[in-house]
Design a protein around this ligand. Structure first.
Ligand code: G3P
Length: 217
């Protein structure tokens, strides 16, 4: 499973690129607003840090506006992936970008039927928001599984990009469901390697080693 980092914070992106675990970046209007930065400037800066896929979302809600904005975003760098909302207008724009060879990330997906339409529209990625489904007592992981089954049934090329990840458990659920990608907030990525038994075991090893009085180098 690929890991994208879900943020517009350049400092976090730089820090996590060094781990070697990142395969891309996703942003959205709320994350850009949280960064306090100019949208086009921050996307340009992120694309200067990596040639991995960088999702940048349009603000228009009509097909023509999405196409205009998406082409501007795609012009920033080759690795920009145009993010489009999963609406009929967004799906029309998706088809346009597919025909032009511009990668798309169709976002705000909350049902299997929506994901089916995204695949038929030729989306590069579809982003089911599992955290927001869990927030209303639905099972986000079940949606991931349903999309995986449907995409496998018809050999769709669209990649499942699990989004709205709020915890390490969500990352596990995405991997178990067969998501192609999970886009993960920086704080959750940093926690993935942590386990209290690892910390305790390492402390004990170090203590016992020090008691030997030995050194390796
Ligand atoms: O990429 C989508 C993600 O940022 C949404 O997460 O926590 O706002 O549902 P959240």
């Amino acid at each position: 499973m690929k890991f994208f980092v879900d943020t517009a914070d350049v400092g976090d992106i730089k820090d996590l690129l060094d781990t070697g675990f990142l395969d891309g970046v996703t942003t959205n209007p709320s994350l850009v607003a949280k960064s306090g930065r100019d949208f086009l400037e921050v996307i340009t800066e992120i694309c200067g840090l990596t040639d991995m896929p960088v999702s940048a979302e349009v603000s228009a809600v009509d097909t023509e506006g999405m196409i205009l904005e998406g082409e501007r975003l795609a012009g920033i760098a080759e690795n920009v992936v145009v993010k489009l909302p999963l609406t009929l207008d967004g799906l029309r724009a998706c088809r346009h970008f597919r025909q032009k060879g511009i990668r798309t990330n169709v976002t705000l997906c909350f049902s299997a039927n929506q994901a089916l339409l995204a695949a038929k529209a030729g989306a590069t990625y579809v982003s089911p928001f599992i955290g927001r489904l869990d927030d209303i007592n639905l099972e986000g992981s079940h949606l991931l599984g349903d999309i995986r089954t449907i995409y496998n049934n018809y050999d769709f090329e669209t990649r499942i990009l699990a989004a709205s990840i709020r915890s390490a458990n969500h990352v596990t659920q995405a991997a178990l469901a067969g998501a192609d990608v999970a886009t993960v907030p920086p704080g959750v990525i940093r926690k993935l390697a942590e386990h209290p038994l690892t910390q305790n075991g390492l402390a004990q090893f170090l203590s016992d080693w020090q008691d030997t009085g030995q050194s390796i180098v």
